[in-house]
Design a protein around this ligand. Sequence first.
Ligand SMILES: O=C(O)CCC(=O)C(=O)O
Ligand SMILES: [Fe+2]
Length: 279
Amino acid sequence: MGVLFFIITSCKNKPTCQQGSFGQTWSTSLLKAASEEIDSIFKLPLERKLGIPRKTGLPQGYSGGHAERFTKNLTWNETFTFDYYENDAEPLVVDHFKSVLGQDFECSGWVYQKYCQAMWKLSGVLFELLAVCLGVDRKHYKKFFEDGYSIMRLNFYPPCNNSALTLGTSPHYDPSSITILLQERVEGLEVFSNNKWQTVRPRPDALVIIIGDTFMASSNGIYKSCLHRAVVNGERERRSLAFFVTPKADKVASLKNTIELMRLLSQALSTGSRLPKTS
Ligand SMILES: O=C(O)CCC(=O)C(=O)O
Ligand SMILES: [Fe+2]
């Protein structure tokens, strides 16, 4: 499948966007473009980054650390966070970039517009897979999350000369349903598994899928949300991109589905079989 998206061909002062066709390789190119574009934000002068509008108590905007959210101790990172809603009519991410960062960020906006669209689409496929694995209707979770929204966070971890005593992101569970994470070359993501912290090695063409609290709740605890953190590097900068998929704020999981899930699970456990399909 050929997919069209915008890439940067720009010089510093007058960015221009060029439409490119990337055929089969579109996803790898898009992941690369989204990783590389991170610097256009974090390498801005500090005053400019601090001038990005923020609403108290909300993660959206620029932040020098996750202190408010996960820990009292400052973490060694910078983040830039924005919302994504599926909307065919308007490029909302592009508009947001232009409004909070200025007209010269139109191209960056297009890169993240296309990235978010691709991740949203991918989340639909992942929800179908998760449903198939649980033996519930294939479209069950896709439908449940289709009127939801996403939060996109760009993470930048500068080198830290005290990396043994400092964390990039403190241990936490994501509150989202699933998080689609891209880490570029430098490793740093760790998950707590089998009673120890284990490194998730980065691959430029691979995405990490993290189960969050909301999916744990909507799968009745069958899928567990995953404790993770990011460590810092003594010599190298690190970048990661987290796309958090969340349900609509007032969405309520239906009790009928939860009960049905439990019935299927106990049936499968008692017969030692795989979970049967409901459709
Ligand atoms: O940078 C990473 O690898 C993890 C980031 C993360 O967990 C988050 O942004 O919620
Ligand atoms: Fe996380």
